[in-house]
Ligand binder design. Sequence first.
Ligand code: GLU
Length: 296
Amino acid sequence: MTSLADYRGRFAPTPSGPLHFGSLVAALGSYLDARAAGGRWLVRIEDIDPPRCPEGADTTILRQLETFGLEWDEAVCWQRERYATYQQALDQLIEQKLAYPCSCSRKQWQSHDIYPGWCRNGVCEPGKPVAWRLRSDLAQRPITWQDRLFGHQQFDPAELGDVVLKRKDHLWAYQLAVVVDDAAQGITDVVRGLDLLDNTPWQRQLQVALGFPEPRYLHLPLVVTPEGQKLSKQNLAPALAEDDKSVRRQLFQALQALDQAPPEALATEPPASQLHWGVAHWSVAWLSPVRHRLSP
Ligand code: GLU
């Protein structure tokens, strides 16, 4: 365990569109946790999937963070500049015989829950385009970690399957990129939405395989619509409003969504005062693992 003084946290949005209220809550949670620990807070733009990232969405996100007073330390990391480093990590896994090329299509194994590992000992259809997968059958088992809110977590790698590290279209997969960059940026604390908790076992598996340190994990309760749906671009969560009055209101609501019980008087205060209060009063113990339902 690192001491709190060495704390390094991050917010790592995929620039698939502007931030919405759910992403503000994740950004604020990781920011407050970092600042309350006297640590550093970094921003990484996870733009490894260009077809999903419209032009300019990254700069919009950075502007939104600034508008909400969420100032980061150190230079922003752009994943599109890091392909050579991902390749080095993949080469290491290949060398360790933990990664293998796979020509199978989803259609071929659709009757199975997870990819059955047919290409583990040789590509089934040589000459066809291949993806690269991580072998889960050779991993240390079970995979465990302690989530700061959701407690002890345990997974059997065999039930997870062989995760894709590099896709057939040559794009890098999130699981590999996130693990390589968290290690490269010296991230000690991953604070992010609960929707990513079920990705953590693969990330732990990769950290072990690549010899990287284990960060602490805190998954934050999800914000859902009054109907109980996750806020996401897919279900048309609106972009954050950026006029001064709305910024104050949304930041206050984000503090409420994080169960920090901000006093009503804070609701009309500018971002700097709200963040100051948030850092001074931040307590993970107040977080409820229950979904935060927005009022209609
Ligand atoms: N880029 C991921 C997303 O926006 C988050 C990555 C992470 O926090 O680990 O969903």
